[in-house]
Design a protein around this ligand. Sequence first.
Ligand SMILES: Cc1cc2nc3c(=O)[nH]c(=O)nc-3n(C[C@H](O)[C@H](O)[C@H](O)COP(=O)(O)O)c2cc1C
Length: 176
Amino acid sequence: MKKAINAFDYSGPILDKLCHGGILVTVKDGEKVNPMTIGWGTIGADWSKPVFQAYIRESRFTKGMLDKAMAFTVNVPVENSQRVKEILAFCGTKSGRDLDKVKELGLHLEPGEKIDAPAIRELPLTLECRVIYKVRQDGSAIPKDAMERYYPNYEENKEDIHTVYYGEILAAYLVE
Ligand SMILES: Cc1cc2nc3c(=O)[nH]c(=O)nc-3n(C[C@H](O)[C@H](O)[C@H](O)COP(=O)(O)O)c2cc1C
């Protein structure tokens, strides 16, 4: 069962979890469902639409899936259990290129309402997002300290920078 919520009423808890342990972005392409841990994100308004922005590095398997699917769910835990920690650690270190994270973790999926990407019962606070815009970050405009810290090999590899995906929030709910 899903209980509809106003996404902005939950922006505090979403940002808190994002900054303390992470949350998931989940993409579906064909039969493949791939959740990935994120620690960077923004929730707000753009072009008068409610938007969640996710920052995805070029090298992530998720990126190729997202470019095709152009939709994702955001999955936020509501507790700090060992199980949640295990899921976030696994989805933040293993790649969908090599294994099926959903199967390995035994995650319980619920079909999306507005998009073809699922909610995850174990991380029940869900945003369904359709990508309305994406932009690759411009290394020449990023502050020097951030470049040194996050893109130390930028001169040799200009590719592995983040792309920002603007996901219009089409539905928000708690899976119960
Ligand atoms: C706490 C945490 C936060 C992370 N945040 C991000 C992020 O915001 N953007 C990103 O591109 N990768 C981030 N990562 C790294 C990816 O989750 C990781 O590389 C993952 O294995 C990629 O999975 P995929 O290859 O299946 O897409 C984070 C990892 C952790 C553990």
